[in-house]
Design a binder for this molecule. Structure first.
Ligand code: PLP
Length: 389
């Protein structure tokens, strides 16, 4: 059975061009980029070319890009690096309740270290209200970190407005753009962002590589200590092949973004229309229009998202659910709860995230299978049976 991959928000398949670009850096150009001899220089050249492609995709300068080992590391670097650099100025950071755990758990760690953290609420569409950012800033605030788009429900935050507020109040602004880089246009020449995190494996690059954009002049302490790599900003011998893969993925994303956005939006709108038509009692989640073009997310009443996921997997479709099984119980996602979705509805959450290789025919097949899966599970569900008795 052909497996249809509808989970691009979790990770994307590395593009063949990306793999081709990486191979020479595993086979022949395997030198240590810090070495002064020709073998090292060839590896270093690969890194610098990649840095240029990443910078071009963001509208940044190449030396504003610090390469990291993941999106998670970039997020840690931003929060920990700024709070340490500006310890004398203040001890307060602001973030939102719907961030990825790479931010939320880092913020919790900083609280343990004595910092104060404000977690801004979101509305029913998962959106932060920019005036809330303005109200939360105090003279002790050193950083605002609000994600660009949410990984579960796809809502795109008003980062231009938030950035303008931060600039006016002279507070550094970080955005976790792991879900948006390569998928929607970002021009850092036009919006005010001081720090931005990205991850290669979300844009058809390899896993284990990311980057942190640090605007020239922004005050950030390095987070990894050791050698002088990345101009002393991130110690550790570089993952050269991975970085070259990220560079190629960034180059391709820049060239093909317009096509990919419209392709993905077309697939998602077909999918959502079909779900509305064929599955009763479905709540769409996230913002109706300010959303990632490749994300369709909804909650199905009366069934658990994880059961739908496993049944769809048996039918050949890979999707994801916001409810995570922890010690035998289903924990509804913190994102959906923050959006005010009742836990019993949030337990039925499903995320379908499409990509460049998906076809309309695959969406049609999904729409054939999905209503049957939901109907079968509902007929077996103790919740639904009790309600109908
Ligand atoms: N931030 C967001 C919004 C994400 O979706 C993810 C990954 O799912 C991360 C951070 C972490 O990125 P990485 O997998 O590269 O550590």
């Amino acid at each position: 059975m052909e497996q249809v991959y509808f989970d691009h928000a979790a990770t994307t398949p590395p593009r063949p061009e990306v793999i081709e670009a990486m191979l020479p850096y595993l086979r022949e150009r395997w030198g240590n980029p810090s070495s002064l001899h020709a073998t090292g220089v060839r590896a270093a050249e690969g890194i610098e070319r990649a840095r240029e492609h990443i910078a071009a995709l963001l509208g940044a300068q190449p030396d504003e890009i610090v390469l990291t080992g993941s999106g998670t590391e970039a997020d840690n670097h931003a929060l920990i690096g700024v709070s340490q650099a500006l310890r004398d100025k203040g001890d307060h950071i602001i973030t939102s309740a719907v961030e990825h755990h790479a931010i939320l758990h880092t913020a919790a760690f900083l609280e343990e270290c004595g910092l104060r953290v404000t977690y801004l609420p979101v509305d029913g569409a998962g959106m932060v209200d920019p005036p809330d950012v303005r109200d939360a800033i105090t003279d002790k605030t050193v950083l605002v970190s609000i994600m660009h788009a949410n990984n579960e429900v796809g809502t795109i935050q008003p980062i231009a407005e938030i950035g303008a507020i931060c600039r006016e109040r002279e507070v550094l602004f970080h955005t976790d753009a792991v879900q948006t880089v390569g998928h929607v246009p970002i021009n850092l020449r036009e919006i005010h962002v001081d720090l931005l995190s990205l991850s290669a494996h979300k844009l058809y690059g390899p896993k284990g590589v990311g980057a942190l954009y640090i605007r020239e002049g922004a005050c950030v302490r390095s987070y990894m200590h050791g050698g002088g790599q990345e101009q002393g900003r991130r110690a550790g011998t570089e993952n050269v092949a991975g970085i070259v893969g990220l560079g190629e993925a960034a180059r391709l994303a820049r060239e093909e973004m317009a096509w990919e956005m419209s392709h993905n939006a077309g697939l998602c709108s077909l999918l959502i229309r079909g779900v509305r038509q064929h599955v009763p009692e479905v709540t769409e989640t996230g913002h109706p229009c300010q959303r990632l073009p490749n994300n369709a997310s909804f909650c199905v009443a009366g069934v658990e998202g994880e059961s739908i996921l496993l049944n769809l997997d048996l039918e050949g479709f890979a999707v994801s659910s916001g409810s995570a099984c922890t010690s035998g119980g289903l924990e509804p996602s913190h994102v959906l709860l923050a959006m005010g979705i009742p836990p019993e509805i949030a337990r039925g959450s499903l995320r379908v995230s499409v990509g460049r290789d998906n076809t309309f025919e695959q969406v049609d097949r999904f729409l054939d299978v999905f209503p049957r899966v939901v109907e079968r599970l509902r007929s077996m569900s103790p919740i639904v049976r009790a309600a109908s008795q």
